[in-house]
Design a protein around this ligand. Structure first.
Ligand code: ZN
Length: 317
């Protein structure tokens, strides 16, 4: 089988490796797609001193079961599935424990069947406890923000305000149900949110961008006693601009990150069910696909975000 090995900054090499041997409770998956995750960009763009290289990354995998362990009862060869893996996803085959495998419907393409991002957004929305008729802001509407948007709507929010500096992505947000879209490069966000919410601010705001600027902006548009949900991936040091203000405003702070496997797998299960039922759409989000040999290009696109870009996916025949 083929696998992409990351040797250092901008240094992927495709190697041939023996197929993984599966345990009694595992299945061997013929990988059909693996999404390029925002969280992987840093370790590819730079050789990070706190990580070991070479390394085998890739964790947003879907494919077809080709072999089933002796104790696995609920799956058969030929089943189409999304899987949870924490590494070795940029490979033509991967071994996965059966409880980390989620069946996908025939109506769902492999490219869109990503268990890990769906788990993160599902658990984020559950943790935020969005209520009926809430007004919710999303600060950053890239790939994750656009999934969150749909799930926030499902939870009963009546007004979702999508905020992003890219107009092309705000158009997609509108198609997927955003009620208002705002571009901070064009308008004063605080002023507009005030206008939309009768001067109060939103009931809940998801910080999705993962930057200091998005964190600062998020805290300025929430109503008194509203929820500030830190959903974005923050690889660097961040500061709270004015803790006194957060304190006075009585914000409910929610860190929407999850580390225990039970919660993660439960989120993936729910997320894939929503995808299978058509309640969540991923197809409009998959804008760039590449074969494994062009993994460098897939990462370049994810970093540089050309016009119309939302998500890179590595696909296999
Ligand atoms: Zn990911």
């Amino acid at each position: 089988m083929k696998i992409a090995k990351l040797r250092g900054a901008h240094d992927f090499v495709i190697e041939n490796m023996e197929s993984p041997k599966i345990g009694k409770n595992e299945c061997l998956i013929k990988v059909k797609a693996c999404g390029v995750c925002h969280s992987e960009i840093d370790q590819w763009a730079n050789t990070l001193s706190n990580l070991e290289y070479p390394r085998f990354i890739g964790h947003e995998v879907s494919g077809e079961i080709i072999q089933v362990g002796s104790q696995v009862e609920k799956f058969n060869p030929g089943d189409r599935v999304a899987v949870w893996v924490d590494q070795k996803g940029y490979a033509s085959e991967v071994a996965v424990a059966s409880e980390r495998i989620f069946p996908i419907d025939d109506s769902v393409s492999f490219e869109e069947a990503m268990a890990e991002p769906l788990s993160c957004t599902t658990n984020g929305v559950i943790e935020a406890d969005i209520e009926l008729a809430d007004t919710v802001a999303l600060v950053g509407t890239g790939f994750m923000g656009l999934i969150l948007l749909q799930q926030i709507k499902l939870k009963g929010a009546t007004k979702v305000i999508a905020i992003d500096i890219r107009d092309d992505i705000l158009e997609v947000a509108t198609q997927l149900g955003a009620d208002v879209t705002l571009n901070p490069n064009r308008v004063n966000i605080e002023k507009w949110v005030k206008k939309i919410t009768d001067g109060k601010g939103v009931d809940a705001a998801f910080e999705v961008g993962g930057k200091q600027a998005t964190l600062d902006l998020t805290s300025k548009i929430i109503r008194m006693e509203g929820k500030l949900i830190i959903f974005g991936y923050h690889p660097g040091r961040r500061e709270i601009e004015d803790l006194g203000y957060w304190n006075w405003m009585a914000f409910k702070l929610i860190n929407a990150h999850f580390r225990n496997m039970k919660t993660i797998l439960q989120g993936a299960d729910i997320g894939i069910k929503l995808l299978n039922s058509g309640k969540v759409q991923m197809k409009p989000l998959i804008t760039h696909t590449f074969p494994l040999e062009e993994i460098e290009k897939a990462f370049q696109a994810a970093k540089n975000k050309p016009e119309g870009f939302i998500k890179s996916v590595i696909t296999f025949r």
